[in-house]
Design a protein around this ligand. Structure first.
Ligand SMILES: NC(=O)c1ccc[n+]([C@@H]2O[C@H](COP(=O)([O-])OP(=O)(O)OC[C@H]3O[C@@H](n4cnc5c(N)ncnc54)[C@H](O)[C@@H]3O)[C@@H](O)[C@H]2O)c1
Length: 112
């Protein structure tokens, strides 16, 4: 996996994230999928786990994660409004400042 060509998809085991991972791998990209399986499922990415282009890391993005990637798609937020209300800290990450270059996801989690 070449670092700058790697795309990180947070929430990559969710509905949209897993389809995005599918597309990126099909396009020949190296993908780092990050998810805590809060609403997502390993079943959504099981078919990708054997791919050399695909790497999975179980992690809650409201905590810092230091990885070097070229691009980040942040979909780590439950789609359901009811579930989202339960997981308020997820909003803190999803509405935080943009990550660029070297990833530092979850940086906004400690801001109140
Ligand atoms: N599904 C839609 O039609 C739709 C439409 C417009 C916008 N969106 C938005 O796109 C995003 C993703 O939607 P979805 O349908 O794929 O939802 P989803 O719940 O299927 O996927 C969200 C993924 O994020 C993961 N996640 C949640 N909190 C996390 C955390 N703290 N750390 C790591 N992983 C975490 C979940 O486990 C899950 O895999 C949401 O923000 C949603 O509001 C969805």
């Amino acid at each position: 996996m070449r670092i700058n060509d790697t795309v990180m998809v947070t929430g990559g085991a969710g509905f949209l994230g897993s389809h995005l991972c599918d597309r990126l791998v099909a396009d020949g990209r190296d993908v780092l999928c990050v998810d805590n399986f809060y609403t997502g499922s390993k079943n959504n990415i099981r078919h990708l786990l054997s791919s050399k282009q695909f790497e999975f890391q179980r992690h809650d993005v409201t905590f810092p994660l230091y990885v070097e990637v070229g691009r980040i798609y942040n979909l780590a937020c439950p789609a359901s409004p009811i579930r989202s209300a339960w997981k308020r800290k997820t909003f803190k990450c999803s509405s935080g400042r943009k990550c660029r270059g070297t990833a530092s996801c979850g940086h906004s989690a400690s801001t109140g």
